[in-house]
Design a protein around this ligand. Structure first.
Ligand code: PDD
Length: 284
């Protein structure tokens, strides 16, 4: 972590250690807030509009009244400049909570101003892992049924990621009602009979920006893709698997639990998608 990094908090640019968050912030008390993580490549934001639109959906989902969307882009740019991140890869974090109010499970009686916290940090490349491929675990989806809202209430995701780490895996991917939904912080794709499948957009998954980009890239590069659930019982028939996210980009999965995927090396479809994404990024 950078020393003295400059962050944005409720209208001001401050040193991170100077931020004071109220113990009555509803984000702290209830996890009553939403967030976004945006990747920047050499100072250029990737899919900013898509992140903004998802942020609006998340805020609507929690009925948090926030209007200053127009300011967010310039705050992102200012954070990159202030932290000297304009010529490297970085990740911008945006969190908006319902604000500060006396603890009550109901929304505050009087309208309160949402708390806004934003930071930008260097984002180390995951290229090495993308070359080699990674291991994942599959576990039951113990999350709530509104995973389309990017809520900061992430305890199930935290527990699942820790379980993965303890088994030398990078991610836990969830299974609900016998079908693979998504990872703790990524979306999941599997190749069966030359068709790439991913769980349909619904309340059970986050509408991932990288997932959206993959769905757009596939037809352009001759990959058949379907938004259709992959059954747990079909996992052993998958020729390829990948997890995709802002940070992971397109990460081939070469092992799940104690089983190999294909011949335990990244497959041709993952390679093609990585290449297509890199070309898209080079045009930013
Ligand atoms: N996670 N599903 C979940 C549950 C996620 O938390 C994420 C992203 C994704 C992938 O979405 P995207 O392609 O827009 O990054 C899918 C972020 C990066 C995080 O929690 O840090």
């Amino acid at each position: 972590m950078m020393k003295n990094s400059m962050v944005f908090f409720n209208g001001d640019y401050l040193k991170k250690e100077d931020v004071r968050i109220s113990p009555e912030d509803r984000g702290f008390l209830f996890g009553d807030g939403v967030y976004e993580v945006i990747k920047t490549y050499n100072g250029k934001m990737f899919e900013f509009e898509a992140h903004l639109s998802r942020l609006k959906n998340s805020l609507n989902g929690l009925e948090i009244q926030f209007e200053q969307f127009i300011e967010l882009e310039s705050i992102c740019r200012n954070l990159l400049n202030k932290n000297e991140l304009s010529d490297q890869d970085a990740a911008i974090y945006i969190e908006i909570t319902r604000g500060v109010a006396k603890r009550s499970h109901c929304f505050p009686e009087e309208p309160v101003t949402p708390t806004v916290y934003m930071m930008a940090n260097p984002c180390p490349s995951t290229r090495k892992e993308q070359e080699k491929g990674v291991k994942i675990l599959f576990k039951p989806d113990i999350r709530w049924a509104r995973c389309d809202i990017k809520s900061v209430a992430l305890v199930p995701n935290v527990l699942a990621t820790q379980q993965a780490k303890q088994k030398n895996a990078v991610e836990t991917v969830f299974i609900r009602d016998g079908a693979v939904t998504e990872g703790a912080s990524s979306n999941f794709f599997a190749l069966l009979d030359n068709v790439l499948y991913t769980y349909p957009q619904s309340h059970y998954i986050l509408s991932g920006i990288t997932r959206k980009v993959v769905l757009e890239l596939c037809p352009k590069i001759g990959i058949k893709v379907k938004e259709y659930p992959v059954l747990e019982s079909h996992l052993d028939k998958a020729d390829e698997m990948m997890i995709v996210s802002t940070i992971n980009e397109i990460m081939p999965v070469i092992q799940y639990d104690d089983k190999k995927v294909g011949n335990a090396t990244p497959g041709p479809v993952a390679r093609k998608l990585q290449q297509a994404l890199r070309e898209k990024l080079s045009m930013l």
